[in-house]
Design a protein around this ligand. Sequence first.
Ligand code: BV8
Length: 237
Amino acid sequence: MSRNIFVLTGAGVSAESGLGTFRDKSGEGIWARFDPMKLATPEGFAADPKTVLAFYDERRRNLRNARPNVAHHALAKLEMGLAARGGHLTLVTQNIDNLHERAGSRRVVHMHGELLKARCVTCEGVDEWLGDLSQNDACAYCGTAGGMRPHVVWFGETPLEMSDIYRALLRADLFVAIGTSGAVYPAAGFVAEARALLIETCEINLEAADNASLFDDARYGPASETVPAWVEETLGA
Ligand code: BV8
């Protein structure tokens, strides 16, 4: 039987690549050091664009020094392995890094946007953006300067590709959440939607997330160990 697997990843899959998570129990997470309401909301950006742009510039620089880890590579292998068996992997990530792509994943749905892209508030044009982003930068499409922002989804904004995401969830026979605290909606609600559709659910995480009780199965430990093991098992089955 060909498998149709829906995987949702969060910051935990990139933790061992050196990119920070947001809500670590250790209290070291990004949101423990920065106020998300000031740095990850449209209001925060309007109030203090320079600080918000500097926050994303630093994360863009960190990403340039980061490398995909074995968990990212395992998920790229799963995508190819399922396709070779007539199945399908839908990979949805809350992460704005490009480590899934750099590990070889071909189709990645970035529901919270992408750190290496910028968007023009005037014409909505989206362009690749690898360096620092300043208010003086001009849009490559409409030429307007002063209206560029990170192409990321802030709190209170609508996540991207939601209709495709829900359509893929309807077709899945397995839902797996990897390295996410289950704290942010609508992503945190996908497991409940999967259960309502009688889809088998599995949590792969360092430790049990807030919504752990909603999962039928769980594998705990660092993603660099749990994800490759799960992929081998899944492709071997
Ligand atoms: C929406 C992008 C409507 C930017 C992010 C009041 C007003 C307005 C909205 C709301 C409100 N109250 C609630 C809401 C909804 C709100 C929300 O959920 N708020 C929370 C705080 C309650 N959500 C929204 O606003 C969303 N929009 O609702 O629009 C709508 C709804 C449906 C359909 C259409 C429209 C938009 C949310 C997006 C916000 N943007 N990021 C940026 O990155 O700077 S969110 C931010 O948290 C991150 O980007 C990440 O995507 C997200 C979730 O975090 P996680 O990935 O789970 O990371 P976290 O650190 O939390 O957890 C890490 C996990 O990894 C842990 O479990 C840890 O144990 C584990 N781990 C650590 N190390 C390892 C590991 N696992 C494995 N191996 C390891 N080595």
